[in-house]
Design a protein around this ligand. Structure first.
Ligand code: ZN
Length: 244
């Protein structure tokens, strides 16, 4: 089975279409979405429509998805995110609100675990360090655990001395997903934050246990133009040029 793995689309339609084109070329059979479909960007309804039409999709809820349907208070977000969420709430169609409302916090099966944040705090915890991953080990059964939320393409491996190491994922890098690979973040489709503005996503082939990370150019100037027209905070558009 080949999975297209992606996260943190954040209403960026041009970036999402680029990731989905890559998955199609890779002939994936199924899709794993790690949440935050909406927030920040200018096309929440179009992104939800595309994602919910994907065959064999497993998708979990992110903190922005929750806030957009009033299941999380806006006070948790910075001023730019709050402004974009207020805009998103006004834009969202009822059927798409219902879709966001239907998303679970966690999906587990014998091949993987899916959460937006972390297994012990699926919506909000940022997994950024080895100790944190160790503290989460009692909260899930099946590895790898795919996460999103930090917008950073990284993964965590278990060492023979039981410590956990964080590793950065580079473009085109292939990782053999052994039992020692505990947690994987394939980065963000719609708002990368590792200094590389390109779309970040992964293809996971369970037949050989290889996950390959891809960074893909996309026309972010189009997204930025839409954000200007929608009067979304300037900073949120500008950061797409820098991947910060
Ligand atoms: Zn996010």
């Amino acid at each position: 089975m080949k999975y297209g793995v992606f996260s943190d689309v954040h209403s960026n339609l041009e970036a999402l279409e680029t990731a989905l084109k890559h998955f199609k070329e890779e002939k994936v059979d199924a899709y794993l979405c790690l949440g935050d479909i909406v927030g920040y960007g200018p096309n929440p309804n179009e992104c939800i429509d595309l994602i919910k039409s994907l065959p064999h999709l497993s998708c979990v809820a992110g903190n922005h998805d929750r806030a957009a349907i009033d299941k999380k208070q806006l006070g948790w977000f910075n001023e730019f995110a709050q402004a974009a969420l207020l805009w998103t709430k006004r834009e969202l169609q009822e059927d798409n609100k219902a879709y966001l409302n239907s998303l679970p916090e966690m999906v587990e099966n014998s091949h993987f675990t899916l959460v937006h944040g972390s297994p012990r705090d699926p919506i909000d915890e940022y997994l950024l360090g080895g100790m944190q991953v160790k503290e989460n080990l009692d909260h899930f059964t099946f590895t790898p655990c795919f996460v999103g939320h930090s917008h950073l393409p990284i993964y965590f491996t278990l060492n023979s001395d039981k410590t956990v190491t964080l590793k950065a994922f580079n473009n085109g890098e292939k990782v053999k997903v052994t039992a020692q690979v505990l947690v994987i973040n394939v980065g963000s489709v719609g708002q990368p934050r590792d200094g590389d503005p390109r779309v970040s996503c992964g293809v996971y082939d369970t037949s050989n246990k290889i996950l390959r990370l891809a960074r893909l150019d996309y026309p972010f100037d189009k997204t930025q133009e839409k954000m200007r027209k929608a009067k979304l905070p300037r900073y949120l558009g500008e950061r797409l040029s820098f991947g910060r």
